[in-house]
Design a protein around this ligand. Structure first.
Ligand code: SAM
Length: 265
């Protein structure tokens, strides 16, 4: 296929066989898996995934790509293409429709909405067994960053509280048509089991993390002023003079719980 890739849809099609094979091998699809691909494009990943799993649901926003992909898949396996913005797809309902507890999700993501897609998937993490995504390398670095790192922030904390984050390998711009301006990387996300999920109100947790990193140079007592008192920070056994960038993800959970307790007082 040789459709002109559309910039507005974040289209960078993978063409280097070596990387396609590495991604498919990292995913290691099996016949019993219920695979979902985000943004199949011209099918670089779709067709090998379909060949291995026998069936696959692909979510694509660009109507122009759908007929040809559907035709090419016909001899390979059962491909269902959902024409939609992935942010509007309810993965929990999709798993229920397919009669499975968990989906396996993969995709070479459109970079212009990579963070919203990650947060959307995390919201449905209970219905997802694992995710394999191609992203900007800089985003993968932020997702996997540890406290103290310059790139540790909101994305690191929120993702690490929901999933095990495993960067796999880097992919150079030349592997795509057209080449993106940035390096890319493949990451595996495995949602944590329910007993390891944060025991805190999700909105409160999000609010605390957002406020803490909005002013990452400031001490927590300053950055969290609108969210909780110094006494509540101390009740969480966190030093109010510390900065957000040195706290572990679990520390934010304690802060969120203390903020909830303060609000209830
Ligand atoms: N998987 C193909 C590959 O590796 O060659 C294409 C990857 S390309 C980086 C991203 C794909 O996501 C494109 O096919 C694009 O049309 C699609 N896309 C863009 N925005 C989308 C959205 N909001 N929902 C679903 N698909 C989207």
């Amino acid at each position: 296929m040789s459709a002109r890739p559309k910039k507005s849809f974040g289209q960078h099609f993978l063409h280097e066989k070596r990387y396609i094979e590495r991604i498919v091998s990292a995913i290691s699809p099996r016949e019993e898996d219920t695979m979902v691909e985000i943004g199949p494009g011209e099918g670089a990943l779709t067709l090998p995934l379909l060949a291995a799993a026998g069936k696959l649901t692909a979510i694509e926003l660009d109507t122009d790509l759908i007929p040809e992909l559907q035709a090419r898949a016909a001899s390979v396996g059962a491909l269902t293409i959902v024409h939609s913005d992935v942010l509007k797809v309810d993965f929990t309902a999709l798993a229920r429709e397919r009669g499975v507890a968990k989906l396996r999700v993969a995709g070479n993501l459109p970079y212009y909405i990579s963070s919203p897609i990650l947060f959307h998937c995390v919201e449905h993490a209970g219905a997802i067994a694992d995710m394999h995504f191609m992203l900007q390398k800089e985003v993968v670095d932020r997702m996997a960053a540890e406290p103290g790192s310059k790139v540790y922030g909101r994305l690191s904390v929120m993702l690490q509280l929901a999933c095990r984050v495993e960067p796999l390998f880097d992919v150079p711009p030349g592997a795509f048509r057209p080449p993106p301006k940035v390096d890319s990387a493949v990451v595996r996300l495995v949602p944590l089991p329910p007993e390891q999920l944060p025991d805190a109100d999700p909105d409160r947790l999000y609010g605390v993390v957002k406020a803490a990193f909005a002013q990452r140079r400031k001490t927590l007592s300053n950055a969290l002023k609108q969210v909780m008192s110094v006494q509540a920070i101390e009740a969480a056994e966190i030093d109010p003079k510390a900065r957000a960038e040195v706290l572990a993800p679990a520390d934010f959970v304690r802060l969120a719980r203390a903020a909830t307790a303060q609000a209830a007082d």
